[in-house]
Design a protein around this ligand. Structure first.
Ligand code: F6P
Length: 546
């Protein structure tokens, strides 16, 4: 069954939100709190070890009600059933979207075309477990009989960002294996990484769903050439494994079928870390931790499926994004994790969110007349405070920001943790309250300055505040809580895609550049550049003439 195809702007809720926006757009968060002191309780959700406070957003109870009405009017509930039920909701590629099936308990049933896919999922998980255990314990050895010390994940996009983000995020839990990620077709990336490696003790995991991606095949070929320059050719099978759904392409590349970890077409690249694409995660932190990650995501999926929209974390947060994107016309959202471990999270989410919802044609095939996908960016706090926070505090743009923090640190250095979290809480408070002219004047008067100097400085020191933030406070960074956190974002992508009436699970927009690059590469190889616009032509001439 097809997804609903309702233009959100034609709904009653949209109309009501449009006029409601006119009433609330100037309201200051400080006043909203003063009017409703219980706001922190009513606009927050406690779930397992998560506490999500969205009370510092420019909404009131009416906004929330209307946003939920909108979700209902576009038939989000029906769409969720279709999504989890394995309907072909990725219609332009003719596929179901079932990365959620990768994290259901092993005794459940999820059917695709009348077949329970969990049987195959369980079998692959068993292989991931056995292989990880053997590599970690040193039972599986390299061609000279030495245990492996280094794992090199070769992949790009979802075949890189997910495993790279998770292994970085879970670095505290990692074992002795060093994990490297090679993604860019930039030769300096692969050569820089290979430079310090010992072929006798290095395992390459080539990850590509399609096994046709230029970057990955080039890097895998370079890695194999580097390897065979040091080792006998028949040692390749001990040192190269692949994760792919394209078995013929992998065997053509020279990786034996028994060294392939399969995945399925119903797992989208940017949602694939839960599949064998997460092999390097399992190698890095052990299979038990990988399973805990899946368990956390599963629990969030259950929350998403079964919780009324009003208390549903992905629905509420997704609808808030719609509020800012479509009514306040905010262009971007910042994601600020207060954990250095999560430093790759914003980059990971950029692919998840922007590749999914950066669309301008609706599910009817018509051009869209409203804004879709938000621009996502961010860096960990407190570093971000010393980089771009100035613009969030005093710039001209409205940038809703999400703050993610943990009550406990992993090394349990309480002094650092308290400082970190003091900043975490201070920033959202400062962004909300700002600093008035009266407050600035009072402060400057204590500084022994002349009246003229005070007058001159005052406007620069005023913070208007009213900058919206959402705070996600989690007990501790564990594989399980990380799984749940990532699943929140995945389900938000779905919610927003449904409301915007777009297909979130294809990515045709990345194709044109790929096609042109193939053409230009062959022209570069033949030193014959033709039929380009004048700018590109001249740039190519400059390149070829150096
Ligand atoms: O960027 C386009 C894309 O298709 C992503 O969706 C995907 O994650 C990435 O390329 C890598 O694809 P593959 O795993 O097939 O090499």
């Amino acid at each position: 069954m097809s997804l609903p195809t309702i233009d959100p702007t034609t709904t009653k809720a949209w109309e009501a939100l449009t006029s409601h926006y006119e009433k609330i757009k100037e309201a200051h968060l400080k006043d909203l709190f003063a009017q409703h002191p219980d706001r922190a309780n009513t606009l927050s959700i406690a779930w397992n070890d998560f506490y999500v406070d969205y009370s510092k957003n420019r909404i009131d109870e009416t906004t929330k009600k209307l946003l939920i009405d909108l979700a209902k009017e576009v038939q989000l509930e029906k769409a969720i059933t279709q999504y989890f039920g394995g309907d072909v909701i990725n219609e332009t590629e003719g596929r179901a979207v079932l990365h959620t099936a990768l994290r259901v308990p092993s005794n459940q049933n999820v059917e695709v075309d009348g077949k329970n896919v969990i049987t195959e999922v369980n079998a692959v998980k068993e292989n991931i477990k056995a292989f990880s255990n053997q590599i970690i314990s040193g039972a599986l050895k390299g061609y000279t009989g030495k245990a492996f010390t280094d794992i090199v994940n070769i992949g790009i996009g979802g075949s890189d960002l997910g495993p790279a983000m998770i292994t970085e995020s879970l670095a505290f839990y990692k074992n002795h294996l060093n994990v490297h990620f090679i993604s860019n077709v930039d030769g300096d990336h692969v050569h820089q990484n290979l430079k310090g490696l010992n072929p006798e003790t290095t395992l390459f995991v080539v990850v590509s769903k399609t096994f046709s991606t230029q970057e990955t095949l080039s890097n895998a070929t370079t890695a194999r050439n580097w390897f065979t320059a040091h080792a006998p050719k028949d040692a390749v099978e001990k040192h190269f494994v692949a994760v792919s759904s394209n078995i013929p392409n992998v065997t053509d590349f020279g990786i034996a079928e028994e060294n392939i970890f399969p995945l399925w077409d119903w797992v989208g690249g940017r949602f694939s870390l839960w599949s064998a694409v997460g092999l390097s995660i399992s190698l890095s932190v052990g299979y038990e931790n990988f399973e805990a990650l899946l368990e956390g995501a599963y629990e969030m999926d259950e929350h998403f499926k079964n919780t009324p929209f009003e208390e549903n974390i992905p629905v509420v947060l997704g609808m808030l994004s719609i509020w800012y994107n479509n009514f306040f016309e905010a262009e971007s959202e910042a994601i600020i994790p207060y954990s250095q471990y999560l430093h790759r999270l914003p980059a990971y989410l950029q692919q998840g969110i922007m590749e999914s919802n950066g669309k301008s044609v609706d599910r009817n095939g018509d051009s869209i007349t409203y804004q879709t996908g938000t621009i996502i960016w961010g860096e960990p706090g407190t570093n971000a405070q010393h980089a771009f926070f100035q613009l969030i505090h005093q710039g001209t743009k409205l940038i809703p920001a999400e703050f993610i923090g943990f009550k406990k640190s992993l090394f349990e250095d309480q002094e650092h943790q308290d400082k970190l979290m003091a900043n975490f809480f201070a920033q959202t408070e400062a962004l909300m309250n700002g600093k008035t002219e009266t407050e600035v004047l009072e402060e400057l008067k204590t500084k022994n300055l002349s009246d003229t100097a005070i007058k001159k400085l005052t406007p620069f020191k005023i913070f208007e505040g009213n900058k919206p933030t959402t705070t996600v406070l989690i007990d501790k960074l564990t594989p399980k809580s990380l799984g749940a956190l990532v699943a929140i974002y995945e389900q938000r992508i779905f919610v927003q895609g449904i409301v915007w009436n777009i297909f979130s699970y294809d990515q045709w927009g990345v194709e044109l550049g790929k096609q042109l690059a193939t053409k230009i590469l062959s022209e570069i190889n033949n030193s014959q550049v033709s039929n380009h616009d004048a700018s590109t032509q001249e740039l190519l001439n400059q390149y070829l003439n150096t």
